[in-house]
Ligand binder design. Structure first.
Ligand SMILES: [Zn+2]
Length: 302
């Protein structure tokens, strides 16, 4: 392994550099955090590498990064009972991100499902968001993702294929696509007929797609859920009229139910949305800032 490179500062740059390193070594997908993290840190940071990755059997704490003073190294541990596919690999990536970006700040990081954690401070939110961003750039390189979906209509099946390829959860994979696509789309997670959180793409944001937590689901979407009859995945992108998800735009909607049916995840796309050129000089809020602002309530790991 060619490991002698400069150390990046941002989560994105770290993720890109290390996923390239993995590819340059002839390794395929998914990128295995439990292999790359110890190897890279042993060479780059010999004074305090990641010495151990193990299951910890503590329910509710998805992942933990802790300093082992006796060994002068760091340990990543994780909840091995998490059953959602891809969650563990993403959690390991998240903890690896804390190690690379934040280990000078604290000696212990305990991380759970972000929508259940009540981060006390803005700083905690920032750290969690950065660790998620690192994991997403490490595990789902955008160039490869673009190749996978080239020329295809985005469906739940295609995103599911990408999730399998990258060893990431469906939600993390869908969020990644939303983050880099130039199309208008929004991912919506709902429970008990209300929106828990939503995440629009850049173009959808510019076209005014805004579905804050607590917004009731549109009636058409509710009808679809009520008629699902135990079908967990409605793969087809179904056209829905304007006024359903946006006052002026027609949409295409697909929905997937969580394993225990308590959450519905909608992927809504607006195929007719166009960039409005004369408004382009509006303040450009880069997606990372947006993501940081929205970190609370956003759960990449599911
Ligand atoms: Zn964390």
């Amino acid at each position: 392994m060619q490991l002698k490179m400069s150390n990046p500062i941002t989560p994105q740059a770290w993720g890109i550099q290390l996923s390239k390193l993995w590819m340059d070594c002839g390794q395929g997908f998914p990128i295995k955090v439990d292999e790359i993290a110890p190897e890279v840190t042993r060479v780059r940071f010999p004074d305090d590498p990641i010495g151990l990755i193990k299951a910890h059997g503590i329910p509710g704490i998805d992942g933990m990064l802790s300093k082992r003073k006796s060994k002068s190294d760091w340990c990543i541990s994780y909840d091995e009972t998490v059953t959602v596919p891809g969650r563990i690999n993403f959690t390991l990536g998240h903890e690896f991100g804390h190690y690379l970006l934040h280990r000078k700040l604290r000696e212990v990081f305990q991380c759970g499902q972000s929508d259940m954690l009540d981060y006390e401070s803005a700083e905690s939110k920032k750290l969690e968001s950065e660790a998620n961003t690192f994991a997403s750039y490490l595990l789902m390189p955008i160039n490869d993702f673009r190749d996978q979906i080239k020329g295809q209509v985005i469906t739940l099946d295609i995103l599911g294929h990408c999730a399998d390829r990258y060893g990431t959860s469906f939600t993390a994979t869908a969020l990644k696509w939303i983050d880099f696509t130039d199309k208008a789309a929004v991912l919506i997670v709902a429970r008990d007929d209300f929106i828990c959180w939503s995440y629009p793409s850049e173009l959808a944001r510019k076209r005014g797609v805004f579905l804050p937590p607590g917004t009731p689901l549109p009636q058409l979407a509710l009808d679809r859920l009520n008629n699902a009859n135990g079908i967990k995945r409605q793969n087809q992108n179904r056209p829905v009229p304007r006024g359903t998800w946006h006052s002026e735009m027609e949409a295409e909607e697909a929905v997937i139910l969580s394993d225990n049916f308590d959450q519905a995840i909608f992927l809504v796309q607006f195929p007719a949305a166009k960039r409005i050129v004369e408004h382009e000089e509006e303040e450009e809020q880069d997606s990372f800032t947006y993501l940081s602002n929205r970190a609370q309530g956003l759960n990449w790991k599911k």
